[in-house]
Design a binder for this molecule. Structure first.
Ligand code: FES
Ligand code: MG
Length: 579
């Protein structure tokens, strides 16, 4: 009844709707509408079809993007839902970003996709939009764009891949990619077997099926209320995925009528819920960067100290690789995000509004009861006691850095060691495996100039490989520090997102071989144990790398505008309140 009332209101309101939305005209609005309709009629639509609420659907299919292979099937199901509810679905293409096909990095291109989403949602007439995310950067890009366009929007995702299998062992992209490649580097897996494994790591459509960035962002999108309950964890190939799409399309029509906008859903409180869930699911560190970017679009800053505080009181409950045992299809069978929210229900703000038109608490109450399982642990028996992700401060990272302590070797969480410095990705690639590299197991590996501007595009290079000679000697983890990001599928005692980055003159740029660095995760600090006077002397002779400028194209826009990690690496002019 509520929906029907809202629809009548939609029909009666004076606000331009359907084909009238965003109509540009030069004095003769009637002619402009006539022209617009004449062209869309070339698609074969009738006036009756064009008279309905129009639901745009982002088509993020690409022949380069296996994570989005199932998008055409999803669009068909979404369209069915839209039409069952009396709307007219119209799909339109957007930039599609896959992690492996995004030179120089997918992060470099995320803002391009966000701009594409924002402008095409605004440019074309639609009363609501269905966003189809999936691969790592796509959900944040779509939510950033939708937040700025701020018309009614609902998110769905392609969903995780099912697992593969090798010699009876389950395999998943790309935690097991790294694990087996590590074994291959150490000589334990030969060239033939690593090829065999490569055939099985990504056995179908959908996103990486561990708690990587794609899984994390899908769960955070649901936690923020932008997705129908249960949508994040459904495997890409499961029939439930299509039923969820149908329901999403149906709900989009009601959202158009209710005029419920992303800015009403992704509030500061909803973002706090998302940070809480990020900690509880042991999510990817990239989630912090993307949430900061989305918050910036909506006019507030993500409170990283809050992340730390929430972390201290929110145990990691989800036992998924890379820090645990299971895969996303197991989380799906265990109840998905609902099972997590049930455990931490008393810690989240249940009054937040969601795309269902109801609150988080009401959605939760409408879900079937939970059951005991070993994928989503009860609060009384977590997989890790609090603080999956910790914020670090200290003289090496004045504007912050983070570490995923749940994925680090406990013995390294408090460690002082000698710095072994690589000045760039290229320098690291050239020297890391050299037999004469002066490196010992208790040293601290430091990578400079791999941040937002430095690399550029803040690549997932923070997972610095263990130097070959140490790997061969059995060393599994070392303290590693950089201004880069890390794949959510990686693990280790790895300090990331050091800000300001080296390329803009952050203290990270001043570290030299042999300096002592102290990591103290419990006290939240990363310190360079060098006298201030010495650091000042080094700063006086420092100059920025020459490559962090471009004269034309998107790269120019990127270098001129990109912000640091704590601002989500968004472009300054895209924020609601530019710095
Ligand atoms: Fe697309 Fe992992 S490569 S989700
Ligand atoms: Mg990834």
């Amino acid at each position: 009844a509520v929906d029907r009332f809202a629809r009548r209101e939609f029909e009666m309101s004076d606000e331009p709707k359907g084909m009238r939305r965003g109509l540009a005209h030069y004095g003769d609005a009637g002619f402009s509408l006539f022209l617009r309709k004449a062209f869309i009629k070339a698609m074969g639509y009738s006036d009756s079809a064009l008279d309905r609420p129009i639901i745009g659907i982002t088509n993020t299919f690409s022949g380069y993007n296996a994570c989005h292979r199932s998008v055409p099937d999803m669009i068909e199901a979404i369209k069915r839902g839209v039409m069952l509810a009396g709307g007219l679905p119209i799909e339109f293409p957007l930039v599609s970003i896959h992690e492996a096909f995004s030179h120089p990095t997918s992060m470099f291109l995320r803002n391009l996709m966000a701009m594409d989403a924002e402008e095409m949602i605004r440019a074309q007439p639609m009363d609501a939009v269905v966003l189809i995310g999936g691969c790592d950067k796509t959900v944040p890009a779509l939510l950033m764009g939708a937040a700025s366009a701020d018309i009614p929007a609902i998110l769905t995702v392609t969903g995780p891949m099912i697992t593969g299998s090798h010699k009876g062992e389950r395999l998943g992209a790309c935690t097991d990619c790294r694990r087996f490649w590590g074994q291959h580097r150490a000589g334990a897996v030969d060239a033939v077997e690593i090829e065999e494994i490569g055939d099985k790591l990504a056995p179908g459509p959908g996103t990486c099926m561990v708690m990587g960035t794609a899984s994390t962002m899908a769960l955070l999108g649901e936690a923020m209320g932008m997705m129908l309950p249960g949508g994040a964890a459904i495997p890409a190939v499961h029939a439930d995925r299509l039923r969820h799409c149908e329901a999403t399309g149906e709900r989009a029509v009601a959202l158009a009528a209710e005029k419920l906008r992303p800015s009403q859903i992704m509030t500061r409180a909803a973002m706090t819920n998302a940070l809480r869930v990020l900690q509880a699911v042991g999510g990817s560190t990239n989630g912090v960067v993307h949430l900061a970017a989305i918050a910036g679009r909506l006019g507030f800053d993500l409170d990283l100290e809050e992340l730390d505080r929430l972390g201290a009181e929110t145990p990691v409950l989800v036992d998924l690789k890379p820090s645990g045992q299971h895969y996303m299809e197991d989380l799906f069978k265990a109840g998905g995000l609902t099972a997590v929210l049930r455990e931490i229900g008393h810690l989240i703000d249940q009054s937040c509004l969601t795309v269902t038109g109801r609150s988080v608490g009401e959605n939760l109450a409408a879900q079937p009861a939970g059951w005991h399982n070993d994928v989503v642990r009860p609060l009384s028996d977590p997989i890790h006691r609090g603080g999956g992700i910790r914020l670090l401060g200290g003289n090496l990272a004045p504007n912050g850095a983070i570490i995923k302590q749940a994925a680090a070797s406990p013995a390294l969480l408090r460690h002082t060691g000698r710095a072994v410095v690589f000045t760039s990705l290229e320098d690291m690639a050239n020297r890391l495996d050299a037999p004469d590299l002066d490196v010992r197991a208790n040293d601290v590996l430091v990578l400079q100039n791999a941040g937002p501007k430095g690399a550029p595009g803040m690549p997932e290079a923070g997972y610095i490989p263990i130097p070959r000679k140490l790997a061969a000697a059995g060393v599994k983890d070392m303290v590693r520090i950089s201004d880069a990001r890390m794949s959510g599928t990686a693990f280790g005692a790895i300090v990331l997102h050091v800000s300001p980055e080296a390329a803009v003159g952050g203290p990270l740029a001043l570290v030299r071989d042999g300096d002592l660095i102290e990591l103290d995760v419990e006290n939240g600090s990363i310190a360079l144990l060098v006298e201030d006077a010495e650091l000042e002397a080094r700063r006086a002779i420092w100059s920025p790398p020459a490559h962090i400028r471009a004269t034309r194209g998107y790269a120019k826009l990127y270098f001129d505008e990109v912000l640091q990690a704590e601002d989500g690496c968004d472009f300054n002019f895209l924020r609601a309140n530019p710095r």
